[in-house]
Design a protein around this ligand. Structure first.
Ligand SMILES: Cc1cc2nc3c(=O)[nH]c(=O)nc-3n(C[C@H](O)[C@H](O)[C@H](O)COP(=O)(O)O)c2cc1C
Length: 169
């Protein structure tokens, strides 16, 4: 798809059908995430790819926003590997967010729907998936084929004009 068409076609999908996502699509999406930039190229992003019934069941107990998705990317940062600014700010959340954005757009390019999810219990997730202390779950990207009744929420169409968000200085 042409880049701007991908951007225009994406909206948050919150209802998926049961169809599994093909492995070649997952591989291409993960490769796009792998090429995302990170602060000082420290590459601290770690991704758990949940496709098994067991993993998806666990996720449903951790978040109310899985929406029956057959595939969930748990995007994490390794806080022992990410760049920290001279002011002491760790950039792991930014790095993970860029990778997550790449995942969302790559999914749209593959004809898949997705939704970014921050509504989950990070402590429970770390426990259920046995994450080491330095691995911080930053967000979930739920992915799959939209169900036939899925439609964009009204707020998808609600965006501030550039005049309210941009100032030339
Ligand atoms: C950082 C972030 C966190 C979000 N968390 C959730 C969430 O927990 N559950 C959910 O259903 N949607 C979540 N969303 C989706 C937003 O609600 C959605 O992107 C926004 O309303 C705009 O709609 P659109 O994506 O359809 O354009 C999140 C989006 C972002 C960027």
């Amino acid at each position: 798809m042409e880049f701007y068409d991908v951007i225009k076609s994406r909206w948050s999908v919150r209802s998926f059908d049961d169809r599994k996502v093909e492995q070649d699509k997952i591989d291409r999406i993960l490769n796009v995430a792998r090429t995302a930039p990170t602060a000082k190229n420290m590459q601290p992003v770690r991704i758990l790819c949940a496709v098994s019934d067991n993993a998806l069941e666990k996720l449903n107990s951790i978040s109310p926003c899985i929406y029956n998705a057959p595939l969930v990317f748990i995007v994490c940062s390794d806080n022992s590997a990410c760049w920290t600014s001279p002011q002491g700010k760790s950039r792991g959340e930014m790095d993970a967010s860029i990778a997550a954005t790449h995942i969302m757009l790559a999914a749209a390019n593959e004809g898949l729907g997705s939704c970014w999810v921050c509504m989950f219990d990070p402590q429970k997730l770390s426990k259920e998936f046995g994450l080491a202390e330095n691995i911080v779950p930053q967000c979930l990207i739920v992915v799959g084929y939209p169900s036939s009744n899925a439609k964009p929420a009204d707020r998808h169409f609600d965006r501030l004009p550039l005049s309210e968000t941009v100032k030339y200085v």
